[in-house]
Every structure is written in structure tokens, then in C-alpha cells.
Write a protein that binds this ligand. Structure first.
Ligand code: DAH
Length: 343
């Protein structure tokens, strides 16, 4: 038995030396340590037959050999692991000089579309419908129907692009012509909002652009008051700039409303104290509004004796410029990703 034990170590070492993967290693281990018929296990079983001192001595020897075998086993395991890491490192190495694969670029809404949708959602929640109108508009709807007959001085403020040889067609200077179109198309009572693109024959600079965006609103019904207008616009101002926002109205002439006002809100940045955004005034001018002129109601086929209403117009470029501190209106149409990517 003694010799058998001493041989065991030699046999085990030989078997292990021939191993070159983890599966084989476990197989050899089982061959010696397996609970049922492992060679070492068998020898240990035979211990029972001995007695006294002999048994004690043999036990000690077996334990020593067992420790040695386990040592051989773990050394081989470590060696195999090191070998496999080396293989991974050489066959699946990461090339740190390879250029990065660009992430798929996801687009987003233009900042003007974003604010347009925000305003649309607000008015939809108050029962307004969203209406569209033509960008190429007749002189009649763009001016005359809005109480600006030919030769009216207010036309000079809105020079535009005229389409030669096709009657009196212009690129609309404002979304207001849709007021009359909507009354004709849908009748009254009416609550509507018209977002859209408008055009002016401007020499462009940081504050002027030939193409920009407006949102027009109009309510026509019985018993509509100036208070209804003020409340609606105040709600809009709070929606855009926060609950603490205050609004003030100052008289201003727009031929299609009477009275007409220019609407200002307290500056969202300094809350009215005066800062760079509001040019130290504490106020931001954001809309024009007024009570719909009887002539405009008549042009829309509505009896001004029975119905009345209010209308308002906002410049969307200006709202976005104020919100983000954009200093040049020409960025919007530039298609420059360095600009657009920021929103
Ligand atoms: N259309 C005007 C403009 O382009 C803005 C405006 C002012 C619209 C007063 C309105 C209004 O509906 O009542 O300057």
C-alpha cells in the first residue's frame, strides 16, 4: 500500500502533464479524486482494514500525498488560465487606434416648431381649432379685407413680394388674412389659431428677416369683451413664462382691430427688475392684439351688430430669440447644424 501511494503522485503528475484544456484537467482530477472509483478514494477506503498505529501512519501519508496532488492540480489550472488569457489577448485584441463608429444621429424639431406646438397645445386645451392658410395670398385678404384698402398708409409698414402678371397676389405679410378666410369658411362662433410662415421685403440684418413665423388667434362670438381678450392672453403669458408673469397692454394702431394694443409681459429672466434680455425695461413686447374691427367682421360675412371678437398675433422667431438669448434672427433659416444642434 505504501508503494502504491508513492506511485500515485508520479502517476498523477504524468497525467496532468498531458492535459492541455480545462475539460481534460477535470477528467484527470475525477480519475484520482472521484467519490466512486477515484484512485486516491480507493486507497482511502482500504484504510479501514488497517488498525492502530499502522492506520495512523498510513492516514498521515495519504493526507500528505493528497495535499501534493491538489497542489499539482491547482498549479495546472492557473497555468491553463494564463494560457487562455494569452490567446484572447492575441486573437481578440482591441485595436485602440480604430476610429470610433459614430452613434446614429437622431434629429429633432426646429426650435420654432417646438414653441409653435407648445402654443398650439395650450389653445387646443381651450377649445381653439388649428387653421391653415395660403402663403401666396391675394392683396384683398392680406390688406383690403383687414381694413387696409389700397393707399392705406399702414401698408407701407409691410412691404412684401408681389407676383407679377398674376393679378394682385402677394406673399402674405402676416397670418391675419386667415381671420377673414376662417369666418367665411367656418362661420361663427369661432375660436381659431393659425400658425404659419410670413414674408416681408426687408433688407435683412440681425433683427430683420424676409421670412419668419407668426401665430394668429381669433375668437368671434356674442358678448365677447376686452376682458375676455386680456384674460386669454394673460393665461398664455403665464403658460409661456410662469405663474408670476404680469402683462400690460398699451394702445397701438392696427387697422384690423379697434381698440388695438401692444402686449408686454414682465421679463422672465429679471422678473421686471431690468436686465440684458429686456434691455433694462423689465418688460418684453410679445404680441399685438385688439377687438376685431367691424369692417373685418363684415368682410367675413359676420354681422358686427350681433357678433364681436378679439384677435392677436405673436412673432414666433422673437419668442424663441428671447427664450434662448439668440442675437441674430438669420440663424433660424441658415440650416447651420452648429445652431440647430443646440435645441
Ligand atoms: N398682424 C400683425 C403684424 O404682423 C400682428 C397682429 C396685431 C395680429 C394685432 C392681430 C392683432 O391679430 O389683433 O404685425
Amino acid at each position: 500500500m505504501n508503494v502504491e501511494i508513492k506511485n500515485l503522485k508520479h502517476k498523477f503528475q504524468q497525467a496532468i502533464d498531458e492535459v492541455n484544456d480545462f475539460i481534460k484537467l477535470e477528467e484527470v482530477y475525477q480519475l484520482f479524486f472521484g467519490r466512486k472509483s477515484g484512485e486516491l478514494t480507493e486507497i482511502m477506503k482500504n484504510l479501514k482494514e488497517l488498525s492502530g498505529e499502522a492506520r495512523k501512519e498510513m492516514g498521515k501519508l495519504i493526507n500528505e500525498v493528497k495535499t501534493e496532488l491538489e497542489d499539482i492540480y491547482s498549479k495546472k489550472k492557473v497555468a491553463l488560465q494564463a494560457e487562455s488569457w494569452k490567446n484572447i489577448a492575441t486573437t481578440e485584441a482591441i485595436d485602440v487606434t480604430q476610429p470610433k463608429i459614430p452613434a446614429t444621429e437622431v434629429g429633432h424639431m426646429h426650435p420654432i416648431t417646438q414653441i409653435q406646438q407648445q402654443i398650439e397645445q395650450f389653445f387646443i386645451s381651450m377649445g381653439f381649432m388649428i387653421v391653415d392658410g395660403p402663403e401666396l395670398e391675394s392683396d384683398y385678404y392680406n390688406f383690403t379685407a383687414l381694413n387696409m384698402p389700397p393707399d392705406h398708409p399702414a401698408r407701407d409698414m409691410q412691404d412684401t413680394f408681389y407676383i407679377k402678371g398674376h393679378g394682385d397676389w402677394v406673399m402674405r405679410t402676416q397670418t391675419s388674412p386667415v381671420q377673414v378666410r376662417a369666418m367665411q369658411d367656418y362661420g361663427v362662433p369661432l375660436r381659431m389659431l393659425v400658425p404659419g410662415r410670413v414674408f416681408r421685403n426687408e433688407a435683412t440684418d440681425a433683427r430683420h428677416e424676409h421670412t419668419f413665423y407668426q401665430v394668429e388667434g381669433m375668437v368671434v362670438d356674442r358678448n365677447i369683451t376686452f376682458g375676455d381678450m386680456k384674460g386669454t392672453l394673460e393665461a398664455l403669458a403665464k403658460h409661456l413664462y410662469g405663474e408670476e408673469t404680469k402683462m400690460r397692454l398699451r394702445p397701438k394702431l392696427y387697422p384690423f382691430v379697434e381698440p388695438g394694443v401692444n402686449g408686454e409681459v414682465t421679463c422672465y429672466l429679471c422678473k421686471g427688475d431690468g436686465c440684458r434680455v429686456c434691455k433694462q425695461t423689465g418688460w418684453l413686447e410679445i404680441f399685438g392684439a385688439g377687438m376685431v374691427h367691424p369692417e373685418v367682421l363684415k368682410a367675413g360675412g359676420v354681422d358686427p351688430e350681433e357678433f364681436g371678437g378679439f384677435a392677436f398675433g405673436l412673432g414666433l422667431n422673437r419668442l424663441v430669440m428671447l427664450k434662448y438669448g439668440i442675437e441674430d434672427i438669420r440663424h433660424f433659416m441658415s440650416g447651420d447644424m452648429r445652431f440647430l444642434g443646440q435645441f
